[in-house]
Design a protein around this ligand. Structure first.
Ligand SMILES: [Zn+2]
Length: 557
C-alpha cells in the first residue's frame, strides 16, 4: 500500500486492511523445538513477526503453499566466515537466516556494524571482536589495520602481516604493554556491542600465551559475554598437545570467570571427552556448548600454524599431497607448492582432509546442544578474489560446506533416522537459546517458531532436502535444494528457490555502552593484590613458568 499517493484512499483502505498479513504460509508442518510443537498449521507474518499459528484459514499479501514442507525457525550459524555477498547468497539457499563469524570475529566492530547497516545485508549479521585481528593490529603494524576487517578481507591482511618474514600476531608473545594494547582493543569493541571475544588460538598457538588467552576471556567476561575458541591444539591425541587439554584451558577459564563459552567446531580428536564435560557444565547451570560441521575435511589459511612441516608432517605424520587441497589451483599441494604458497600467498584458504571424521559424524548428528555451524569460507573465485552477487554458482572455489552444510546435515539425519525436531534444534533453537542466554535480546526472539517471535523462517522439504556441492571444481558452490522459501525479518528472501535482491538483515548486537571496562595489567598492582608483598623478587622467580605469565610479569616495560 506504500505506493498509493492519495492519502484519503489509503486511509479508507487501511481501515479494511488493518489486520491484513504480509505473508501467510499455508498447510506446512510447523516445528518448534522450544515448545515441542509439531503439527500441520497456517502461519501468518506481519511487520516482521509471527502473528498467528492457526488451523483457521488466513490470507495475506503473499501466500506460500507449504504443503509437504516443514516450516522451521530460520537456521542460525555461529561460525560463518562467509561474510561477503556471494557466500551469503549460497547460505540463503542453505536456509540460513542469521550468519555470524564468532570465531575469527572482526576488528573495529563499530565500523563493521556501521558498514553493514549502510550497505544492507541479506541475512542477520553480528560479530565478536577478534583476538587474532587485535594481535595483528599490535604486533604487525605493517598490516596497517584501522578500517573494519573480517574474514572476507583477511587474505590480503594475513599476507601483509607476514610480509616482513614474521607473522607477529601468530608467533610473537606480547609484553605487558602489548597485551594491554590488545585487551584495550577488545574492550573497545565489546563496548561497541560485540557479541563476545573470538579466539583462533590454534593459529597463534606459540605466540598467544595462556595468560593472554585468560585475559581475553576476562575481557569478554567483564561484559558477561562469551568467548568462542578454536582451541590451541587439536587434530592430535599425543600428550601434552592432546586436543582436550587445549579445551581444558578455555574451559577452566570460563568456569572460573562464570562466563559463557562456545567451543568452535568440536569435530576433532577428543570430541567425546569435550562433549561429556560440556554436558556436565550445563548440568551445573553454565552456558557452554559446541558446534560441528558435517564434513571430513576442514578449510583454513595455508599459513595456519598447525600445517607447518614440523607439526603437520613431523609430529602428526601427514603428507601434504594426501591431505592438503588447493581449491583454486584444483590440485593437492606438495612440499614445494606448500612452501611456495605460504611464502607468496599466506592468506590463501586450502582444504584439509581428515577421513577419520566420517566414523564420528553420525554421533554429532545425535548430540544434544551440539549446534550446527558451517565454518563457511569466503565466496572467492578462481583468482582468489570475492565473487559478485550475481556470479554463477560454479565459479565458487572453496570448501563445499559454504553452500551445503544444512542440506547435507538434514539429508544425513534423514538417512540416519534422526527426528526432525532434533536436527532443527541443532540448526536453530539451541543456537538461539545459548546466545540468548548470554543476554543477546535479538537471539531471545529468534530460533523459535512461535507467535510474537521474529519471523525468520526456513521452509524445506524433509524428503528431498540435500546438499549438491562437492570437492570437485565447479561443484564447490552448487546450492542446496529442497529449501524453496526463506523469510528473514518477515521479508521473503528466497522464493521458489531463487534468492531475491532484498536486504532485510538486522544487526545482532549488544547495546553500545557509554564507558569501557578496560583495566590495564600493572605489575605492582598485581603483586599487591595476589601476594602479601614480603618478597616480590622471590615471587617473580616462581612466576617463571611455561605459560608465559612469569615472563610477562617480570618484563621491564
Ligand atoms: Zn576454526
Amino acid at each position: 500500500m506504500r505506493s498509493f499517493s492519495l492519502p484519503l484512499l489509503a486511509v479508507l483502505l487501511s481501515s479494511n486492511l488493518a489486520f491484513a498479513n504480509d505473508i501467510v504460509i499455508l498447510n506446512g508442518r510447523v516445528i518448534d523445538p522450544e515448545t515441542m510443537f509439531d503439527a500441520i498449521a497456517n502461519v501468518a507474518i506481519k511487520d516482521g513477526r509471527i502473528v498467528a499459528i492457526t488451523n483457521e484459514p488466513i490470507t495475506g499479501d503473499e501466500t506460500i503453499d507449504a504443503t509437504g514442507h516443514v516450516v522451521a525457525p530460520g537456521f542460525i550459524d555461529t561460525h560463518y566466515h562467509a561474510v561477503d555477498i556471494f557466500a551469503t547468497k549460497m547460505a540463503l539457499r542453505d536456509g540460513v537466516t542469521t550468519g555470524m563469524d564468532l570465531e575469527l570475529g572482526a576488528f573495529n566492530v563499530k565500523g563493521w556494524y556501521d558498514e553493514k547497516e549502510k550497505n544492507g545485508w541479506q541475512v542477520n549479521y553480528g560479530t565478536t571482536t577478534g583476538l587474532n585481528l587485535a594481535r595483528m593490529a599490535v604486533h604487525d603494524p605493517e598490516a596497517g589495520m584501522s578500517a573494519p576487517a573480517d574474514f572476507s578481507v583477511a587474505t590480503p591482511i594475513i599476507a601483509k602481516a607476514a610480509a616482513d618474514g614474521t607473522p607477529g600476531w601468530s608467533v610473537t608473545k606480547s609484553s605487558i604493554d602489548q597485551m594491554n594494547q590488545v585487551m584495550q582493543i577488545l574492550d573497545e569493541d565489546l563496548r561497541q556491542g560485540a557479541l563476545g571475544v573470538g579466539a583462533g588460538v590454534a593459529y597463534m598457538a606459540t605466540g598467544n600465551t595462556s595468560y593472554e588467552l585468560f585475559s581475553a576471556q576476562k575481557a569478554a567476561a567483564n561484559y558477561n559475554r562469551l568467548t568462542s575458541v578454536h582451541t590451541r591444539y587439536h587434530l592430535n591425541q599425543d600428550t601434552p598437545t592432546e586436543a582436550p587439554i587445549a579445551f581444558d584451558e578455555i574451559f577452566a577459564n570460563a568456569m572460573l570467570l562464570g562466563a559463557p563459552l562456545l567451543m568452535a567446531h568440536n569435530n576433532d580428536y577428543g570430541w567425546w571427552e569435550i562433549e561429556e564435560k560440556l554436558q556436565l557444565a550445563r548440568e551445573k547451570g553454565l552456558n557452554m556448548w559446541s558446534e560441528y560441521y558435517p564434513y571430513a575435511a576442514g578449510s583454513t589459511p595455508v599459513s595456519a600454524a598447525f600445517l607447518r612441516p614440523e607439526t603437520w608432517k613431523d609430529k602428526y605424520g601427514y603428507k601434504y599431497e594426501d591431505t592438503l587441497y588447493d581449491p583454486i589451483a584444483d590440485a593437492y599441494l606438495t612440499d614445494e607448492t606448500y612452501a611456495e604458497l605460504v611464502k607468496n600467498n599466506a592468506g590463501r584458504s586450502v582444504v584439509v582432509f581428515f577421513p577419520y571424521r566420517n566414523e564420528w559424524m553420525p554421533n554429532w548428528l545425535t548430540m544434544p546442544h551440539m549446534t550446527l555451524a558451517s565454518d563457511a569460507m569466503a565466496g572467492v573465485g578462481d583468482d582468489g578474489e570475492l565473487l559478485p552477487w550475481d556470479a554463477d554458482w560454479t565459479e565458487y572455489r572453496g570448501h563445499p560446506r559454504t553452500s551445503g552444510t544444512r542440506g547435507r546435515t538434514f539429508r544425513m539425519a534423514r538417512e540416519q533416522g534422526v527426528p526432525l525436531m532434533f536436527t532443527i534444534a541443532q540448526a536453530s533453537y539451541w543456537v538461539a537459546k545459548h546466545l540468548g542466554d548470554t543476554g543477546i535480546v535479538a537471539m531471545q526472539e529468534r530460533g523459535r517458531l512461535q507467535v510474537g517471535k521474529i519471523a525468520d523462517i526456513t521452509i524445506f522439504n524433509p524428503e528431498t532436502i540435500t546438499e549438491n556441492s562437492g570437492f570437485k571444481v565447479g561443484e564447490h558452490g552448487i546450492p542446496t535444494t529442497g529449501i524453496p522459501y526463506v523469510v528473514v525479518n518477515g521479508i521473503m528472501v528466497v522464493k521458489d528457490s531463487e534468492v531475491l535482491p532484498v536486504k532485510p538483515g538486522q544487526e545482532i548486537r549488544f547495546p553500545v555502552e557509554p564507558e569501557g571496562r578496560f583495566e590495564p595489567i600493572v605489575v605492582e598492582k598485581w603483586l599487591n593484590k595476589h601476594t602479601i608483598g614480603l618478597n616480590p623478587d622471590l615471587l617473580k622467580i616462581h612466576l617463571e613458568d611455561d605459560s608465559g605469565a612469569g615472563k610477562l610479569l617480570n618484563s621491564e616495560d
